[in-house]
Design a binder for this molecule. Structure first.
Ligand SMILES: [Cu+2]
Length: 123
């Protein structure tokens, strides 16, 4: 009886071990926790401070910020030196009024790249 029941339990245990141990740690992916400007916020130009806070440490030297302008042009934003490992900062200057999209691509501490977008408006 014991022996007969052991089979399924061993399978379940092994499956759990595989799921928790061997699969790549999803918790280490960079997830955007907080942004300045906030999503869909309207901010005052022409100069706009950019600040993105993530759930994990970010490799700033291998992360990129781009700004899509209302005229469709894409601009690379220079990243400020990282003062906190989970925060990226930049300054967008000379922004005319209109709808913008901040596009981020970051390298997280687990070695994986993730990306996202934050739309905002400048008045
Ligand atoms: Cu990952």
């Amino acid at each position: 009886m014991r022996r007969a029941l052991a089979g399924p339990w061993v399978s379940i245990l092994l499956t759990l071990l595989l799921l928790t141990g061997l699969s790549h740690p999803a918790w280490a992916h960079a997830i955007l926790m907080e942004s300045t400007p906030k999503l869909h916020a309207t901010v005052t130009g022409p100069d706009v401070a950019i600040r993105l806070r993530f759930n994990v440490r970010i490799d700033g030297s291998r992360s990129r910020l781009h700004l899509l302008a209302p005229d469709g042009s894409l601009h690379t934003l220079a990243l400020a030196r990282q003062s906190t490992p989970d925060i990226l900062q930049s300054q967008a200057t000379g922004l005319k009024p209109g709808a913008y999209e901040l596009q981020w691509q970051v390298l997280a501490s687990d070695g994986h790249i993730s990306s996202g977008k934050v739309a905002f408006n400048v008045n």
